[in-house]
Design a protein around this ligand. Sequence first.
Ligand code: C2O
Ligand code: CU
Ligand code: CU
Length: 556
Amino acid sequence: MKITLLITSLVIAFTSISQNALFIPPTITSTNINLTLQTGITQFYSGVDVNTLGANGSLLGPTLIMNQGDNVNIMVDNQLADTTTIHWHGMHVSPENDGGPHTTIAPNTIWNPQFTVLDKAGLFWYHPHLHMQTNKHVSRGIAGMIIVKDAEEAALTLPRTYGIDDFPMIIQSKGFDATGEIEWMGHIDSMLLVNGTVDPFLNAPAQMVRFRILNGSSQRVYKLGLTNNQPFQLIGTDGGLLNAPVQLTRYQIAPGQRADVLVDLSALQGQSIQFMNYGTEIGNAIYGSSQPGMAPFMTLPGYSSNPLNGNDFVILDINVQAPTASPVTTTPTTLTNIVPLVEGTQQITRALTFTSQNQIAGPFLINGSTFNHDVVDYTVPLGNREIWTLTNQTPIAHPFHIHDVQFQILDINGATPPPELQGLNDVVLVPAGQGTVRFIADFLDFANDTIPYMFHCHMLQHEDQGMMGQFLVVNTASIEELGSLEEISIYPNPSSGNEITIKVGNYNGEIVISDAGGRIIKRLSVDKQTTFNLTIQSGVYFLKDSFGRTTKFVVR
Ligand code: C2O
Ligand code: CU
Ligand code: CU
């Protein structure tokens, strides 16, 4: 009975008659955040009950609005029958607050992470992350958006009234098993949802509107575009604003990735326009194209019969209505200034190679092994700048994600990335068949000798199969023997003011200053002798050069 109804509704979906108002998740703006993970029932199609999971509701969760510098205090109350975790995807938080597989929340217990929001304005998200259960918990419904604001973004003329000219769009696909319940193991995810709404329409004003887009799908890549090839402006990616808007007619978004997009609707009052997936344009060996592997014989059960694969379809129907009283009508020409991390300044390069045990079916290995909860793959000294080289020897593209950092892509298959990929990112799609990606990142602020951060494929089936590893960030400065080195001196030491002079013998290069807790305060480029005006609080600090030589100084 349920199945018949679902099939009928899918037929309606493909004639693209949008019938349901897009759900806009409620917001939480307080720094005291309560999230209750719960079971519920959702009618994706009217009259058909499906068991789902949600935070503070039956499906998905509230949008958390945070400000840079906020001290947030979060109570995650697990009312599910399963142990789970909640991870703040993309946010720069300490390992103990990160919500990875090591920070479990047993049923009927509360987890209480507390952290300072250090991120720049951007779009992040939260989702469960228990090893081998991530796909189940996310597919059955738990996920939510996090919008971080900061002063730099607030000073720009941009739409930012949530639900009025600034709209969240969580794009997901789901499938059902023979009993009509959500399934997460297969490739039959033919129901397309935005914010949990099937066949959604949105009434939007005839002006510049902003869409905060998250690909929250377990496996599926989308090639976003607007009907009639209307251009849009990409203003931000995973970790925040781009240096300048990039005008596009297509944007490919992989699982876990976010896009901050402006669409000019000012000339379209009384008309409608659609966000589309141009699945016919997705390249082979990408999940969502007609051919998920490099060769036509590489198939997955249910994949070819799934109408979402390799086809164009409507994601969101936008009905353009009267403008608001004070609409934004322009796009800023510059947005932020991302300081490039230059190749050659890194401490180390790490090589990660992906292989498969069975073509596109996996399990997929990283450097020859699957995830082992008890094995730390890398130990990163706090303050390191690293290049990670990803090589994909499998016949399917993988969206690689790393916790803790926002990275800058150096190259993809040896080529400089296009402007839309030159911002800050925490997910990158690594092309199939010997595809390579190199990124560079700084591992700052947080160290923990026991709780690791994760890196993994964000196709949740692959992650749960073990395409994941972990790294510790350790504070080496605190365990080194300290004392003034001949080559480097600081005066006055102790210092009573903010101005200190750092004198180096024959050294030019980078100097890192960290506080007693190992937190990086500043990275300086020095050339023999340099005077710096450091506005830092009283305390003990450590200065380290690129040979690891450390000097201690005190500001009183
Ligand atoms: Cu969005 Cu480790 O995950
Ligand atoms: Cu993450
Ligand atoms: Cu993968």
